[in-house]
Design a protein around this ligand. Sequence first.
Ligand code: GLA
Length: 379
Amino acid sequence: MKLAISAFAVLVLVICCVAFAAGADRSHSMKKEIFGAVQGSSVDLYTLTNAHGIEVRATNFGGIIVSLRLPDKNGRMDDVVLGFDKLDGYLDNKAYFGAIVGRYANRIAKACFTLDGVQYQLAANDPPNTLHGGNKGFNKAVWKAEPFENSNGVGLIFTYVSKDGEEGYPGNLNVKVKYTLSDQDELTFDYEATTDKATPVNLTQHTYFNLAGEGRGDILGHELTLNADRFTPVDKTLIPTGELRSVKNTPFDFSKPTKIGARINDKNEQLELGHGYDHNFVVRRTGNSLELAARVHEPQTGRVLEVYTTEPGVQFYSGNFLDGTITGKQGHVYKQHFGFALETQHFPDSPNHPDFPSTILRPGQGYRSQTMFKFLVEK
Ligand code: GLA
């Protein structure tokens, strides 16, 4: 009898150990497969899954986040980012779905800037301005990818060398962007860069969200909070005028949760110029280096996205240029406002605005920036 009891105890112990080990294995995982090829370079697709089943698929082509599956308040998983099923869709993706944007995210006026007395001419790919790095920005580069796994999550380290003169920018720029999906349901982006000549640098991530699920209508019912008292109004080519304007009593005041669509059609010069929201907001700083810049809540599914950043600005873009000409995943047609982006960044056109926080990186200095997306559910 005694023997039977102790044999039973040993069996229970063994089962517990096996279950624990399996649980540990399930905490997070990483899978790599071939996504396709770009100009002879093989491109991979990595699937990162965390302990709660949140799944990010990313490729080393442009560092693009191809899909992001999040639970809703009932535990239902949906892909909440716009994009394509196959690599082909991304090759000439004018919307920058999911990509790392650089060397200079956002616009530089008249595709031109002067640095240390030298004038540099860039591609006017958004006439008359340069936009998001020019004709072949970082979103179209094949990055080197190195997967990693630690006790807290899984991730990818993307590296890319942008050659001196690439897209008209000076200096060989070594760029490193680390994506980490943690078991605390955070997706963190750590950006680093060094250069051998002074150059402007402004890096961001251009994921478009629809927290109800991609392809499921517009995002006008999403409730947005922006931690910003001021924004940078623009001219008719979407270049900041230089003013930091108070959001008070304007449709740009998102200091309390407000539906994106509540005022988007108001008669307002800035909304007309942007065809909706396409503006840089000045993040209110309270002394934290990683500051909450934005929070978005989708009332039907309860999904919440929080955006934290070390950057001084965030471009809130309400998907204004989506016009039904892009067919994305599973044949979904992306119409106006079917997705929004929150692009953490330095202010647009900073190289031509000495009053804005500087974007100039010099030899011997290190560019560092961090942004974190935190995913939650509100019942
Ligand atoms: C940014 C810009 C927009 C637009 C999109 C991409 O958000 O500010 O004007 O160019 O990228 O379509």
